[in-house]
Design a protein around this ligand. Structure first.
Ligand code: FES
Length: 129
């Protein structure tokens, strides 16, 4: 086997792709980056009021079936925010996560209304845009 035959050892494991529906945006998320931060870095608008402090829950998204194990664990700040939404969560079929706190570890599909391209008009939004 020559050097040219070796498999690439680049940093392909440092990025994962997350598809955000209904927009259909493919967000490249770097290791240690939240989904919302990655979307903003790539020019998307992601609803937020507290700018990623786990206080407003405006960044909330649904995890699409099949992607439940694609995210890192819920840490204390996110858990505190999600507890405040327990009644809302009980009426949903899909798990909820905060876009500003959830760190994708594997490719995933999520549902989040209100995510927009940089060119789209922006209005104040609630949970679901
Ligand atoms: S941006 Fe406010 S809770 Fe995530």
């Amino acid at each position: 086997m020559s050097d040219e035959d070796e498999l690439p050892t680049g940093d392909s494991t440092t990025e994962v792709l997350v598809t955000v529906m209904p927009l259909g945006a493919d967000i490249v998320v770097r290791t240690g980056e939240s989904l919302m931060a990655a979307a903003q870095r790539q020019g998307y608008f992601w609803p937020t009021r507290c700018r990623g402090q786990a206080l407003c829950t405006a960044c909330l998204f649904e995890v699409v079936p099949g992607s439940e194990n694609s995210f890192g664990p819920v840490e204390d700040p996110e858990q505190a925010a999600l507890i405040s939404l327990a009644e809302f969560q009980a009426r949903r079929d899909r798990p909820l996560r905060l876009g500003c706190q959830a760190h994708p570890l594997r490719p995933a599909r999520v549902f989040k209304r209100g995510v927009k391209t940089a060119e789209a008009p922006r209005r104040p939004t609630g949970f679901w845009g």
